[in-house]
Design a protein around this ligand. Sequence first.
Ligand code: FES
Ligand code: FE
Length: 443
Amino acid sequence: MDMKVKSDHAEYLLDLDQGLVGRELFVSEEIYRREQEQVFARAWLLVGHESLVPAKGDYFVSRMGEESVLLTRDNRDKIHVFLNSCPHRGMKVCRYDEGNTRVLECPYHGWGFTLDGKLAAVPHQEAYFDRLNRDRWGLYEVAQMKNYKGSIWATWDPEAPSFEDYLGEEGLVHLDTVLDARDGSEGGSEVLPGIQKCIIPSNWKFGAENFVGDAYHGYSHKSVDMVGIGPSGKGRRDEEELITERNIFRCWNLPMGHGGVASLQKDDYPYSPVYRDTPEVDDWFRKCYEERQKRLGQKARLIGGVGTIFPNMSFHATQPRSLFVWHPHGPNHMEYWRFYLVDKEAPAAVKDVLRHYYMRYSGPAGMTEQDDMENWNYATAASRGVIARRRPYNYQLGLGKGTRVEGMPGKISEHLMTEDNQRNLYRVWDRFMQGSSWSKIMR
Ligand code: FES
Ligand code: FE
């Protein structure tokens, strides 16, 4: 019954019709190297957010796959994404996390680059005796870049479909649940200062597949669910998402591997207060809620939960509203990044209450996601064993089940608990790994 998939460079067990996934996917160096080439050098990846580079000359250092990249805003207000590696001998042209500068000067031999990537200064240029063509030796820029409602995405593949086609209309609707303002108007978010970053001993796919729609793992969060870290400082952490007796709460997935968990209100309901101890904040959320109902009509019924955009970007659409990236660092480690979003126009008191809630929820002193990571870390370590690797993982939950629900885009799970989203993610991952053309990947 085991089915080995053989690509040019790697062999792995993947039998999604039977719900079987080999453990080598999470530990093999060979598979990891092929992922860098076939997945991360081709797919659309989240690089950052426009609010991280608000002024001319601003830069922010990010990653695409395992490579360092620079997000810059040039002196004509244009945003760029470059490989953070000097074309002369490879040194990082920028060693800081973020800042503002007129020129990016390489620390090794001093080549200088403008924020639009041009080679502007070369020490001892006379020693090249007119052989150096500066136009050819600027920074290496991504093939395509997209500013989608403030979030910045890029791909190295000039053949990749447009960002809109990669997400599809239905994927954009789900992504909008995190990126649009709370009153339903388009975009308008900003990142709160301080990106959470940590390196953990887990394969990156455990993060992606958890957020793609693992409603099954609520069991892991039982202890934090009993502690009052909710938005108002009391109650459950997920109080806002849990108003479910009046909602249809299901997993959704899309042909490009994206997926998540979302709610659909069965009817038109009045606002339920969550920020009870801070009336000013609650008033603001109430106004936003009412405005959103008016603005979106029936579409306001869709309330976002969590999701993953293939391959390694995830999001929390409600609270704590945030964007994640699972950066690969070899098969056995990943770097977890989390950007917390607020409405740019929200009053300072709202931003402050949210900032505190976000810190209680997650991060170095937070209460949630450490429990997820502990699972992924142990699972990665346990996938390495010689004996352990003889047994595949079970991905059979909800096998063969799926439906459509009016008002919730995508293929919808018949039961909240399903692994259809994970099977779908690995189906698309396998197409990339086989080196398939875009028309085959997007089918
Ligand atoms: Fe950058 Fe030499 S490596 S100037
Ligand atoms: Fe979790």
